[in-house]
Design a protein. Sequence first.
Length: 81
Amino acid sequence: MRVLGLVPEVLLLFAGAFLFCWTPFFVLHILRARCQVCHIPPALMSAVTWLGYANSALNPVIYTIFNTEFRKFFKKFLHLP
C-alpha cells in the first residue's frame, strides 16, 4: 500500500523536473521567434538546451530514489554491494 501512496508525489516530481528543465528552453525560443530586436546570446541558448537535455538524466535518478526494484537492478547492473 505504501508504494501506491507515493505515486502522486513521484508524478508531481517528474512533472516539476520536466517544467524546471524545459520551460526556459521554450520561453527563449518563443521570445526569439516573436521579438525581432531581442538578442539572445548563443551561449544562453546552448545552456537552456542542455538544461532540457539534463531532464533525461534526472529521470533515472528519480526512479532510483523512489523505486526499490529499480534501485536493486541498478546496483546489480553497476556491480555495487
